[in-house]
Design a binder for this molecule. Structure first.
Ligand code: TUI
Length: 308
């Protein structure tokens, strides 16, 4: 399937794997890239040297392009911005902020830049700063989210910019891909579906929670902090929302959630972990190799598009 995104990144399928902190490491990224998509290693809050090693390990597993996601709220974002250049990573995606201050150095180093945008305004700003594409991410996504939905955001961003738009949030099968293309996107970003990939190294408890989740089993915490975050409904995440209603302070919220991503992904700690995932988790029903996930999604997408 050829689109402006496959041309931009020199990939077979117009699909980016989501840059999920504590989840998206070298094995998953390499598997997605080997299957013809664009794998991504998540920088998260990791130190630069850990991520440099992750990049090297991914290179040992694939000769295909892969990217690094930089979470701009991370205290390590600045260091990771340099690692991208030193290691000549093919492309960078950014989240949770405006990457404007890094843009010039990345562009000068020949790195493709693809920021996540939750609004038309930021998409236009990113285009003016030299972004190669933008990811229009709806609030169906897992993790830190904006206010708009994929269905509303993607066509508005596609109308507002000339660079390729990648749809994210709520896409887990070929119908979602076909719909995204209809909305004006040149590709998709998929996160939640890859939580169930064989190559995804998260704790078995995390996979089980996602596999068991139904349509109503995700919840958004932390709205009052300005950084809303979607994940699996558990006793812990329900408790957080109740505590928010009861008027806890942002500091108390921070104390309750600190380290939650590691507790979920590494320890499988149901009592205290933040098991981030998208609202489409109800459609994730079996563990499969990443390559099969991609093949199945695009086979279905092509069938859908032929029927239009
Ligand atoms: O960043 C994500 N998803 C994430 S980051 C993360 S770690 C975290 N944990 C707890 C609280 C907050 C973060 C877990 N999941 N997705 C991309 C994304 N970017 N979603 C929304 C945004 C965004 C929001 C505002 C991007 C830009 C933006 O710009 C504001 C500005 O500065 O103009």
């Amino acid at each position: 399937m050829k689109t402006k995104l496959t041309e931009l990144l020199n990939i077979r399928y117009p699909l980016l794997q989501g840059g999920m902190a504590w989840v998206a490491e070298h094995k998953l990224a390499a598997a997605v890239s080997n299957a013809g998509g664009a794998g991504i290693i998540a920088g998260g809050n990791a130190p630069a040297e850990v991520i440099r090693e992750e990049i090297k390990k991914a290179r040992a597993l694939t000769d295909k392009p892969f990217g690094l996601n930089i979470m701009l709220m991370s205290p390590n974002a600045e260091e990771l911005a340099k690692v991208v250049i030193e290691e000549k990573v093919a492309f960078v995606t950014t989240g949770a902020g405006n990457p404007g201050k890094f843009m010039e150095q990345w562009k000068a180093a020949g790195i493709k830049v693809i920021p996540v945008v939750p609004s038309v305004a930021l998409a236009k700003r990113m285009e003016r700063s030299g972004a190669d594409a933008v990811i229009a991410e709806g609030m169906e996504s897992g993790g830190h989210i904006g206010e708009n939905t994929t269905m509303c955001l993607v066509p508005q961003v596609a109308d507002a910019v000339s660079i390729p738009v990648i749809a994210a949030g709520g896409i887990a099968d070929g119908r979602g891909i076909a719909a995204s293309l209809m909305l004006g996107a040149e590709g998709v970003q998929v996160g939640t579906m890859f939580l169930a990939a064989e190559e995804c190294q998260i704790h078995a408890n995390y996979k089980e929670l996602v596999l068991k989740a139904k349509d109503t089993d995700t919840i958004v915490t932390g709205r009052f902090t300005g950084h809303p975050c979607r994940g699996v409904k558990t006793k812990f995440s329900r408790g957080l929302v109740q505590a928010e209603k009861d008027g806890i302070s942002p500091e108390e919220f921070e104390n309750m959630t600190v380290g939650g991503l590691r507790k979920a992904a590494v320890d499988g700690n149901i009592e205290e972990g933040s098991f981030l995932c998208g609202a489409i988790a109800g459609m994730v029903n079996k563990i499969m190799p990443a390559g099969e996930i991609l093949e199945e999604m695009f086979k279905q997408a092509e069938k859908c598009l032929k029927g239009v």
